[in-house]
Design a protein around this ligand. Structure first.
Ligand code: SAM
Length: 231
């Protein structure tokens, strides 16, 4: 709160700004990312840099993507580190190949919850996808992502096509300022070199998956014919 007021800023709810104020979850994120001195890390939503600073202690290079321009400028000034670059932009749309300079990288993020799944999908679907993801998101979203057959959804298929997700830890609202209304979870995704399916047309694949899950209580052939509007 003090740091924000010194910068003349206050948390922007619309940008999912719940800043970590507890070192415990930061350490858990760092351990799960297993950062080595050769690693390049892309961090989404560095905010005031609590996770960023810790990553920079080990990683070779950190590229951060931040949508709040004032925070991006403040962070660049604060870090003054040649291994650190901050890109002002929307992580749902950035050109991943361009910002990663086609280097192999790990993705680390305390994600803004309103955009967590489109951001993950955007990076996992990019030609230069991360080798590993460690991300904090809403507990229920994390549970959907790791769901097993019988409990799966469009979300779990959309992530598990690209890697194996696990929940590393749960994080209570008291770890953040301001406190979110929900419990959070840190997930780890071990990303496959190639997606599980070689898809010529990803949109068509997801149209079928979406139709298949459109009415969980119906038989699959009915969901598919209804969802795809075919007899
Ligand atoms: N990493 C910081 C921490 O742990 O305290 C901040 C995490 S906060 C949950 C999410 C951050 O993502 C904020 O800094 C917010 O401005 C930024 N953000 C929100 N939407 C974004 C987007 N679409 N692309 C990139 N950053 C975004």
């Amino acid at each position: 709160k003090k740091i924000l007021s010194e910068l003349g800023l206050s948390p922007r709810k619309g940008l999912g700004q719940n800043f970590l104020i507890d070192q415990g979850p930061v350490n858990t994120i760092i351990e799960a990312a297993d950062i080595k001195s050769v690693d390049v890390i892309i961090e989404i939503g560095p905010g005031l840099g609590i996770v960023t600073q810790q990553i920079l202690q080990t990683a070779r290079k950190v590229i951060a993507v931040e949508l709040d321009q004032k925070l991006a400028i403040a962070l660049e000034q604060k870090m003054q580190n040649p291994s650190f670059t901050v890109i002002y932009g929307d992580a749902r749309e950035v050109d991943v190949d361009a910002i990663s300079l086609n280097m192999r990288y790990k993705l680390v993020a305390n994600l803004p919850y309103y955009a967590a799944s489109p951001i993950l999908r955007h990076f996992l679907e990019s030609p230069n996808h991360p080798t590993k993801v460690v991300a904090m998101l809403q507990r229920e979203v994390a549970q959907n992502i790791v769901a097993e057959p019988g409990n799966m959804s469009l979300m779990s298929v959309g992530i598990q096509l690209y890697g194996k997700p696990t929940i590393v830890a749960y994080v209570p609202p008291s770890a953040f300022y301001p406190r979110p209304k929900v419990t959070s979870a840190i997930i780890h995704i071990d990303v496959y070199n190639e997606p599980l399916l070689k898809l010529d047309n990803r949109d068509a694949f997801f149209r079928i998956v979406r139709a298949g899950f459109s009415a969980p209580r119906k038989q699959l052939h009915n969901s598919l014919s209804h969802g795809l509007k075919i007899s």
